[in-house]
Design a protein around this ligand. Structure first.
Ligand code: B3K
Ligand code: ZN
Length: 877
């Protein structure tokens, strides 16, 4: 786009059905070193039965020929405008054949058919297919595909597409061909093709009805010893979906191909998933426990899409959360059932609050079902995914597991094989349970994070606690007026001694120790009766709705919850509240030029957690982890005090490390039992607490030795990275040497080197930008590889507040330079980076002005992509 031109936005309200039905698509793809020839034969049938114009999407295609029923179409029957090609006056039933030349070898945007190392592969969601062939590239147009791929046998021994391999043969001249047929009608975004040089590992799964499925994972040579966990996760996911959702796999083959060049995590193409290596490859010495968890989650996620996304897909891209929110909910539940449910919930909630809450409070705020977009790739967001999953979870909370599963069954019964809307999903849930969910539908339409203010009144004489909930959603960038939402608000009561109390709400006894209050109006009150003393409220248990809670807890109440709450989220939340409150108070003291005092209440609470040998060590680890600097910034009223937050948090860490030193050392030593590595819930939990202890101990005089000892003697990446991270983040003696040793050992391992880049990018300090600039010259860094960009530039901009927001504006200048350079290579990834400027109004005037100037510099760049244009123009608006 040249300066001055403004791209059009697409409106949800403008949806119109496609006037043609497609039956069969036959693709022939001839791969050559310097170009690829694609022939697409498509059968069209007019929905109205009348002749008409056929509109196709076409981007970056060199069109060689267009034929209609075997005849070349005359030039004057075709219009080509921008990304749209129209064949005029086509008969009601016809066959269109297009021939086009494309250049995957030069495609750096990694969308459509592209070269990744020595291989060629595709990414078509959402609108990549139009870069492969002229096609009605929209999710509500479905067809059966037969795909023939022809390529040089030596360079591309593996040729894959969706469905079943039905024929293969020799094509002469050192070339070969394979034909794949997918019996399921699918939208073009689920099309996939791979031509490459891979090896594979194979396993099998027998489905509940006895179908034998061959499972294969294709990787580059040398990586076969790192596929076991991905394969085991796939088998677990297949079994879990049968047991929990009654959903069975529907083909005889399931392929996964791993590539190191991929714009995101993975893609659910029908029976041919393409994955970032990051979510496939793992060995104890190369991958951390978090990496293993990521693999399980993403393998599950893509597999679960086979039903929620592929069998039932989206009518249009505004409905993206229909498949993504639901599938994230399903993968969260899968991981929770496989590992520790409590820890998984805490991690998901922390992630939602760190990423989605700020998004919803900034210039990109949108409902989970957006109303308009310029570039749909910008809407694969935390809002559509994570908040979308929380909305699905609220159905689950309101209807219960049985009611929710009834709703799912009806959804599939009604819509299998269709492209539908979020309204269709809601209707299935409502009808299956015979409930009215019309008010609940506002969650799809309204953006912003609601604030629920809790007020309690204790009546000692009557033994009652009156709880008043008041909801208010602040105006957002995209919507001024907000309506009350249906909020399931889970609450428990504890005695002052920490015992769970039996609950009677408005005269009705509640089963268990948690009541789900239904807040539907702006303000509602509920009466808890039969109480002997003023209780301690445990609020928003299990994070029952994506809201912020305002309630003035006393430190004593928080201490009770931290020590005793049976709801793991609420217990962790109490520790986070106490820690955040303590640190933010200190930020205020520092700003006023005062003296900092040791955090006594936090100290006592943390000591109690460390002494609680009955508690799950993983939960203790989560509770002892202080809120991040970004998280604290979001919580701050008024302007974010970047350096104040860093100083106060560091002071708190140091004080805790000093006062808790002996306890931390005792737990560390007990947990560091010298047992060799194994990947199981107990061991993961032990490692997580051990490494949290180490992160504090590193700040004590004797702790530095422990860090070095762990780095030298450990047998796994979790422990090794925790130690290295402590050395670098806290600038401890020996950090540069440790970094150099690590790089020497792992130089050839792309995924491990990503970790090495991240650690250096997030080292706090105003001068880190210099290190990051230098590292861009490192031989293992490449602006063309999204993993590298995320590891170095992304981590710096998103996870290093003192570095990115350095007062001289160098961090901002650096980021803008990279966004501009990357936009020419890969607009999707560039747009993600540009989003780091979104929170500019939250900072002090000099920083604000500097960020705005950089945004303006980006906006002023000639040839800017729609992706980056949309982000920066919204931010400047
Ligand atoms: N559906 C894909 C995401 C495609 C993103 C395109 N920018 C992965 C997933 O959510 O499973
Ligand atoms: Zn998904």
């Amino acid at each position: 786009m040249s300066k001055g031109q403004r791209p059009q936005s697409v409106q949800r309200a403008d949806y119109t059905p496609y006037p043609w039905r497609l039956d069969q698509v036959e693709l022939h793809v001839g791969v050559h070193d310097d170009h690829t020839l694609v022939q697409a034969a498509i059968d069209f049938e007019s929905v109205s039965g009348e002749p008409g114009d056929i509109a196709l999407d076409a981007v970056d295609l060199e069109i060689i020929a267009i034929e209609l029923d075997g005849e070349v179409v005359a030039e004057d029957r075709i219009t080509r405008e921008g990304e749209r090609l129209v064949i005029h006056d086509a008969p009601a039933r016809c066959r269109v054949v297009t021939k086009q030349r494309i250049h995957p070898e030069a495609n750096t945007a990694l969308e459509g058919l592209y070269g990744a190392g020595r291989h060629f592969l595709t990414q078509c969601e959402p609108e990549g297919f139009r870069k492969i062939a002229c096609f009605p590239d929209r999710p509500d147009v479905m067809a059966r595909y037969t795909v023939t791929i022809e390529a040089n046998r030596e360079r591309f021994p593996v040729l894959l597409s969706n469905g079943n391999l039905v024929a293969e043969g020799d094509a002469g001249n050192g070339r070969h061909w394979c034909r794949w047929e997918d019996p399921f009608p699918k939208p073009s975004y689920l099309f996939a093709l791979v031509a490459g040089d891979f090896v594979f590992t194979e396993d099998h799964f027998t489905t509940c009805s006895g179908r034998e499925v061959t499972l294969r994972i294709y990787v580059e040579d040398g990586n076969l010893d790192r596929c076991d966990y991905a394969m085991a996760s796939l088998i677990n996911a297949m079994r879990w979906d049968e047991e929990r959702f009654g959903l069975e796999y529907d083909l005889d083959i399931y392929n996964i191909v791993a590539t190191s060049e991929f714009n995101m995590g993975a893609m659910e193409n029908k029976s041919l998933n393409i994955f970032n290596t990051r979510y496939v490859l793992a060995r104890p010495d190369t991958a951390t426990d978090i990496d293993y968890q990521g693999i399980e989650g993403v393998i599950g996620h893509e597999y679960f899409h086979n039903w929620t996304g592929n069998r039932v897909t989206c009518r249009d891209w505004f409905q993206l959360t229909l498949k993504e929110g639901l599938t994230v909910f399903r993968d969260e539940e899968f991981s929770a059932d496989m590992q520790s449910r409590a820890v998984k919930r805490i991690q998901d909630i922390r992630d939602l609050r760190l990423r989605q809450f700020p998004e919803d409070a900034g210039p990109m705020s949108h409902p989970i079902r957006p109303d308009h977009y310029v570039e749909i790739n910008n809407f694969y967001t935390a809002t559509v995914y994570q908040k979308g999953a929380t909305v699905i979870r609220m159905y689950h909370t309101l209807l219960g597991e049985e009611g929710f599963q009834e709703g799912m069954r009806l959804y599939f019964e009604r819509h299998d094989g269709q492209a539908v809307t979020c309204d269709d999903f809601l209707a299935a849930m409502a009808d299956a349970n015979d409930v009215d969910l019309s008010a609940f539908s506002r969650w799809y339409a309204q953006s912003g994070t609601p604030v629920v203010t809790v007020d309690t009144t204790w009546d000692a004489a009557a033994g009652t606690l009156r709880v008043t909930l008041e909801q208010q959603t602040p105006a957002t960038h995209d919507q001024a007026d907000k309506q009350p939402l249906v909020i399931p608000f889970a609450i428990g009561l504890l005695s002052r001694a920490g015992e769970p109390l039996a609950l009677t709400v408005d005269g009705e006894a509640v089963d268990g120790d948690t009541a789900v209050l239904l807040l539907e109006k702006a303000r509602q009150s509920y009466e808890f009766s039969g109480l002997a003393e003023a209780p301690v409220p445990s609020l928003l248990r299990d994070f029952s709705a994506p809201v912020k809670v305002r309630y003035d807890y006393t430190e004593a109440e928080l201490a009770t919850l931290i020590a005793h709450d049976s709801d793991h989220f609420a217990r962790w939340e109490a520790a986070q509240r106490l820690a955040a409150g303590t640190i933010l108070d200190q930020v205020a003291v520092l700003a006023a030029g005062g003296e900092l005092n040791p955090p006594r209440a936090l100290d006592t609470a943390f000591a109690g957690l460390l002494d609680d040998s009955d508690a799950d060590p993983a939960l203790v680890a989560e509770a002892l982890t202080l809120p991040t600097e970004e998280g604290l910034g979001e919580m701050m009223e008024g302007q974010v005090d970047v350096d104040g937050i860093h100083a106060a948090r560091q002071f708190t860490r140091r004080s805790l490390a000093q006062s808790l030193g002996p306890r931390l050392r005792e737990r560390y030593t007990a947990l560091d039992d010298g047992a060799s590595y194994n990947y199981g819930s107990d061991s993961i939990a032990r490692r997580s607490l051990k490494n949290v202890c180490l992160s504090y101990l590193a700040l004590t005089d004797r702790g530095v030795g422990l860090v070095h000892r762990q780095l030298e003697h450990c047998d796994n990446m979790t422990d090794s990275l925790a130690a290295l991270r402590s050395l670098v983040i806290d600038d401890l003696p020996g950090a540069p040497e440790a970094l150099a040793d690590f790089a020497e050992r792992w130089d050839a391992d792309a995924l491990v080197m990503d970790k090495w880049f991240v650690i250096q990018a997030i080292r706090p300090g105003h001068d880190t930008v210099g290190t990051v600039r230098d590292l861009m010259g490192h031989p293992r860094f490449s602006l063309r590889n999204p993993n590298k960009v995320r590891a170095l530039i992304g981590a710096f901009a998103m996870l290093n507040p003192t570095g990115f927001h350095a007062p001289d504006g160098e961090g901002y200048r650096f980021l803008a330079d990279q966004v501009i350079a990357l936009d020419r290579i890969n607009p999707q990834v560039a747009a993600r980076l540009a989003g780091s400027f979104n929170r500019w109004p939250r900072y002090d005037a000099p920083r604000r002005e500097r960020m705005k100037a950089e945004l303006a510099r980006i906006a002023d760049t000639d040839g800017l992509s729609n992706d980056v244009y949309e982000i920066v123009s919204n931010a400047l608006d």
